[in-house]
Design a protein around this ligand. Structure first.
Ligand code: BV8
Length: 238
C-alpha cells in the first residue's frame, strides 16, 4: 500500500437501502412502479412538469424521516482516519452521506435538496416542494425551477474532476450499485487501467462484477464497517 494512498468510493442506491430509501432496479424498486422515461428525462419534464415535480417532491419529503446507517458512518470513519485522500462519488441524490458527517462528496447525479433554474442556470439549496409556479430567487423567472437532478441524457456533474480522481486513486471501492447506469458503471475500468485495486461491495453481483479485482456480497451496513476496519488497521493491503 502506498504510504498515503488515495481512495475513491462510488456509492449507489444500495448504500441507502438499509436507511429505508428505495433502490431503483430491485424487485420493488422505484423503476418497478414508474417508468424512468416518464419522470427522469428532460423530455418528461417538458411534457409533464407537474408529474415530474410531484415525483421528486415525494422523494424530497421522505429525507427528514430517514437516517444514515452503519455503511454511511463507516465512510466517515475512513475519511477521518485514513492518511491519504478519501472521496465519495455518489450517484445518490439523498443527503445521507452529508448527514453522517462525510465532507468530501461529489454528487454526480445532483441533489434532491437543490433546485436548478432552467432560465438562468442558478443552482440553489431548496427545501420543501417545488411546483410549476416556483420562482427563481436569482433571476425571478417563474415556472422554470426544476429539481437539481441529472436526468437521463444529461451530463453528470464534475466529470473532469472524477476522472482525475480515478486516474490517481490506489483503491476504488464500489458500494451498493447495480452497474446499469453510465458513465458511473465504467469507473471501475478507468481506475483499473490506471493501476488501482478495485473492490465491489453489493448485495448481489453487479452487472460489472467481473471488472473488479475483488467482490464481497451482502449488506453494505454489515460488510462496509468490517472492510473499513481492515483498511484502517493496515490488515488490508492494496
Ligand atoms: C450521460 C435520476 C453523457 C436521478 C438517474 C441509451 C439511450 C439513452 C442513454 C443511454 C443509452 N445507453 C446508455 C445511455 C446513457 C445513460 C444510461 O446509462 N442509461 C442506462 C439506463 C443504459 N446515462 C446517461 O444518460 C447519463 N448521462 O451518459 O451523459 C456522457 C458522455 C460521456 C461522458 C459522460 C457522460 C446520465 C445518467 C443520469 C442518471 N440519473 N436518475 C434520480 O431520480 O434519482 S440514474 C438512477 O440510477 C439513480 O440516480 C441512481 O443513481 C442510478 C444508479 O442506480 P443504482 O444506484 O445502481 O441503483 P440500483 O437500484 O440500480 O441498484 C442498487 C444496487 O444495490 C443493487 O445491485 C442491489 O442489489 C444493491 N443493494 C440493495 N440493498 C443493498 C444493496 N447493496 C448493499 N447493501 C444493501 N443493503
Amino acid at each position: 500500500m502506498a504510504v498515503t494512498s488515495n481512495i475513491v468510493i462510488l456509492t449507489g442506491a444500495g448504500i441507502s437501502a438499509e436507511s429505508g430509501v428505495n433502490t431503483f432496479r430491485d424487485r420493488n424498486g422505484i423503476w418497478s412502479r414508474v417508468r424512468l422515461e416518464d419522470v427522469a428525462t428532460p423530455e418528461a419534464f417538458a411534457a409533464h412538469p407537474g408529474r415530474v415535480q410531484k415525483f421528486y417532491n415525494q422523494r424530497r419529503a421522505q429525507l427528514p424521516s430517514v437516517k444514515p446507517n452503519p455503511a454511511h458512518h463507516a465512510l466517515v470513519r475512513l475519511e477521518q482516519s485514513h492518511a491519504g485522500s478519501v472521496t465519495i462519488v455518489t450517484q445518490n441524490v439523498d443527503d445521507l452521506h452529508e448527514r453522517a458527517g462525510s465532507q468530501n462528496i461529489i454528487h454526480m447525479h445532483g441533489e434532491l435538496n437543490r433546485s436548478l433554474c432552467a432560465a438562468c442556470g442558478a443552482s440553489a439549496p431548496h427545501r420543501g416542494d417545488l411546483s410549476i409556479d416556483s420562482e427563481c430567487a436569482s433571476c425571478g423567472a417563474i415556472g422554470r425551477l426544476r429539481p437539481d437532478i441529472v436526468w437521463f441524457g444529461e451530463m453528470p456533474y464534475q466529470m473532469d474532476r472524477i476522472y482525475d480522481l480515478l486516474r490517481d486513486c490506489d483503491l476504488f471501492l464500489s458500494v451498493g450499485t447495480s452497474g446499469n447506469v453510465y458513465p458511473a458503471a465504467q469507473f471501475v475500468q478507468e481506475a483499473d487501467r490506471h493501476g488501482a485495486h478495485t473492490v465491489e461491495i453489493n448485495l448481489e453481483p453487479s452487472l460489472g462484477v467481473s471488472d473488479f479485482a475483488e467482490a464481497r456480497h451482502g449488506k453494505a451496513g454489515t460488510l462496509l464497517p468490517t472492510f473499513v476496519d481492515e483498511v484502517l488497521s493496515g490488515q488490508y493491503r492494496f
